[in-house]
Design a protein around this ligand. Structure first.
Ligand code: ADP
Ligand code: MG
Ligand code: MG
Length: 198
């Protein structure tokens, strides 16, 4: 995490979301309203369109700009939540950025998402991947281990019964499907690790 190429990161994340948009939509068709792939793609394409201006900013300001863009463009329940995550991360980042400091700031950003969503771990949402990823990061795991933790955590949402978001309207019928937002977080984590490496 020494030298971050923000433009490369934005490009990698937008590419990853675009490549998996149909998959995310299919997951949301099963337990939601089928727009999650489109929502995420719209948001990250808007971020990509501004990548040069965003990448020219200091990292905290860049993260806030990404968060603002996502709030404005993703829509749905997930837009304000993903937006909050980047906004809060920008606010919480320490001046002296190292892995431990990043993990602590990321933890605070996740708390902000939980507060915004009035949600907690175990409700079959994006939080069910965010928390384990943060814990793995805080424990000093490698990039490969962090990606594995994210994928495993998304997989663990399959048997869960949703109690937040649209999927909660389905009750027991939300069981046996992966949460779309959880899958999105796993994809974002993979794109970041593939680009930023360790
Ligand atoms: P919508 O449900 O409004 O159509 P999306 O389809 O874009 O929005 O996003 C759905 C995802 O948002 C869910 O899969 C879940 O991960 C996440 N989500 C929804 N509500 C909450 C909440 N209250 N807290 C955390 N995550 C949530
Ligand atoms: Mg939806
Ligand atoms: Mg919707």
């Amino acid at each position: 995490m020494t030298k971050l190429d923000l433009k490369a990161l934005i490009t990698a994340v937008a590419d990853k979301v675009a490549a998996h948009a149909e998959e995310l939509t299919a997951l949301d068709q099963a337990i939601g309203d089928g727009d999650h792939g489109l929502n995420m793609k719209r948001g990250f394409e808007a971020v990509r369109a501004d990548a040069d201006q965003i990448a020219a900013k200091p990292l905290p300001e860049a993260l806030k700009a990404i968060g603002t863009k996502l709030v404005m463009t993703v829509g749905g329940a997930s837009g304000p939540l993903f937006g909050t995550m980047f906004l809060a991360l920008g606010k919480e980042l320490p001046a002296e950025l190292d892995r431990a400091g990043f993990a602590t700031a990321f933890g605070k950003a996740i708390e902000a998402v939980a507060a915004r969503g009035k949600s907690e771990v175990g409700q079959k949402t994006m939080l069910d991947v965010l928390y384990p990823v943060q814990a793995t990061m805080a424990a000093g795991a490698s990039g490969v281990e962090i990606v594995a933790a994210a994928d495993a955590a998304a997989e663990k949402t399959v048997p869960m019964k949703a109690s937040r978001g649209r999927a909660s309207f389905l009750g027991d019928r939300s069981i046996d499907h992966m949460d779309p937002g959880a899958r999105s977080v796993a994809l974002l984590v993979r794109a970041v690790v593939e680009t930023a490496g360790e």
